[in-house]
Design a protein around this ligand. Sequence first.
Ligand code: 5GP
Ligand code: SF4
Length: 457
Amino acid sequence: CGVVGVYRNNHDARVDKLVYYGLFALQHRGQESAGIATNDGDFAHFHKGMGLVSEVFNDTIFEKLRGHIGIGHVRYSTTGESYIANAQPLVVKYRRGSIGLAHNGNLTNAALLRERLEDDGVVFQTTIDSEVIVNLIARYSNEGLAYAIERTMDLIKGAYALVVMTEKELIGVRDPYGLRPLCVGKLDDGYVIASESCALDVIGAKFVKDVEPGEMVIINEKGMSFKQIEKEVKKSSCIFEYIYFARPDSVIDGVSVYQARKNAGIILANEHPVDADMVIAVPDTSIPAAIGYADTLGIPFGEGFIKNRYIGRTFIQPDQTMREMAVLIKLNPMRQTVEGKRIVMIDDSIVRGTTSGQIVNSLKRAGAKEVHVRISSPPVAHSCYYGIDTPDRNQLIGAIKTVDEIREIIGADSLGYISLKGLKDSVGIDDDPFCHACFCGTYPIEVPEASCKKTFK
Ligand code: 5GP
Ligand code: SF4
C-alpha cells in the first residue's frame, strides 16, 4: 500500500488535490482501491472507491473534500479481502471528534488484539488489521493523539507505516524495525508525509528526512517535531522495496532505488556472466538492472518487450488463469529486436514462476535463438508477513524447486539469480539494516501461526 498525509498551516487552504497528486505518484504501491480523508478543523470528510486513483475521484467528489489536513491511501491487499469496506483511510468518530488513519504494512498480532477488543464489546466493520490500530488509538486518545499512538505502539507488533489525522494534527509513525518506508517533506505553507519521496517531488515538497524506525513525526499549528518512541531497535527495512516495490525515482533511507537496481545488475553480471548478443529487461522494474548488466559485460541493451501500460501489475491479479492471461496481454516481444539472437533477459524476481515461464516462451516464439534468464533477487523461498502479498510457501517456485528445475520449467537456456550478499551489496549500506526473510527465512519479527495469515478472510 501507499500512504500520504498533507498539512497546510493556513486553515482556509485545501489539501485535497495535493493528497490526490501524492496518491497518483504512489499508485504503483496498490491498485485495488484508493481513498482520501480530509479535515477542515471541525469535520472529517472522506471518499473511497475500488480501482485506480484516476477512477475513484472527480470534481464533484473533490467539492466535499474540504480541509487543510488530509490523508490518502492506495491499497494492495494482504489481510482482508479486496472490497470497498476494506478500503482506506479509515475514519472513526469518537467522543472528542474524529480520527482518520491510513496504514501500509501488516500487523503480526492483529488476530489476538482483535479477539481481545471483541471480548470487550468492540464491533468491527472491516476485516483489515488497520481497524485494530484505529480502535486502539481511539481508546487511548483522552490525552491527545501522540500519546494514544504511543500507547498503541506498545501493543501492536509487525510492520506499519501510518499517517493519522484529527481535527488538529497530522502524525506519521514508522514501526520500530522500519519495515515499510516513510518520509517527510516541507511545503511553503505546510508539510507532507509519504511512503516514498517520489510523492513529495510530485506535490512540490522539499524532502526533509526519512522517518526513523520507531520514530513519530507530529505536525500541528506549532510546526513539525519528531519523537523517538521505541529506542532499542534493530533496523530491518524491507529489501524488496529496492528490488521491486518502490519507484526508481524514490530515495529510501538515503539510497536511490534506481542506483540500487543498477548496482544489482552490475553484480549479477559479475556473478553470472554469459556470452550473448543482447540484454533485455522485463519492463519497467528491471530496466536499471538490465542496463547495469549490459554495461558491465559490454553487450548491447535493447527493448525486447513492448509493455501495455494500461493493465495493472500482474502479480496482483487474484487467480492463476487471470495472471497468465495478464502476462501475455501486458508483455509482447519485439520480434525485430530478438529474432535470431542470443538474449539475456533480466527480471527482478521469480515468485510463482508465471511471468518467466510465459515470456521465455514468447521470446522463443518470436525467434530468439537462446534465452538466458538473470534475476536481480535471490530465489523467493519464504512468505512475507509484513505487507507484501507473497503467496503461501507451496506456491513459491523457489521454495519447492531447485534452480536447475526452475530453469527447465521456465524453458530458459540458463538461469542465474543474484546472491543474497550481492543483493545486500547492491543497496550499499553496511551492517545489514534489512529484512530479507523471504530469501533466507530468518524473520526479524516473530510471525503469526501459519494459519494466521488467513485469520481475517
Ligand atoms: P511470478 O510471475 O514469478 O509469480 O512473479 C514475478 C514477476 O511478477 C516479476 O516479473 C515481478 O516484476 C512481478 N511482480 C509484480 N508484483 C510483484 C510483487 O508484489 N512482488 C514480486 N516479487 N514480484 C512482483
Ligand atoms: Fe520485504 Fe521479504 Fe521482509 Fe517481506 S519478508 S518485508 S518482502 S524483505
